[in-house]
Design a protein around this ligand. Sequence first.
Ligand SMILES: [Fe+2]
Ligand SMILES: [Fe+2]
Length: 187
Amino acid sequence: MPAVTQPFVTDIAELRRRAKENIERGPVTDNYEGQVQQAIDLLQTALATEVVCVLRYTMHAVAAVGIDSESVKAEFEEHANDEREHLEKIADRINQLGGVPNLNPVGLHTRSATEYGSAEKLIDMIKENLVAERIACEHYRELVRYFADKDPTTRVMLEGILAQEEDHANDMHDLLVAHEGRPFLKS
Ligand SMILES: [Fe+2]
Ligand SMILES: [Fe+2]
């Protein structure tokens, strides 16, 4: 019986041989098709973005005042916790790729895609968070497309985060409608 060829799969002996080379690179093997340093740099931006989002939501959860502010505070707090989970996932991935997560507060605001903001009124806080979530959605969509099948693990992680950012944006939009009675963000 003729041997069955497996055109897309490397044979086991070759896989075993390659895995023993460059073991200091951890999970990054020869067929990692992304550029490792570029991947790490992109993830550092996402990491800084998440840190700024944790800080902004945490500040808003503490500082929000006004009618119905308790339920809004709870929502801000929940989002702050989600953003912290995103931060940790991204930091872990940077570490797996051989980088050091950059959590240095110096330059944080410049590295982040989103802004810390300066809102004092509840409605302005909601708007700032909605804008930040929309930035995050766009940023993560771009990153998902960048990583594509070059680095499926990073892509899948980012897709999960993106889905949550979309949910966050929707939550902020709902709050905006509830407090302003208008469906769309004013420019
Ligand atoms: Fe996030
Ligand atoms: Fe978010």
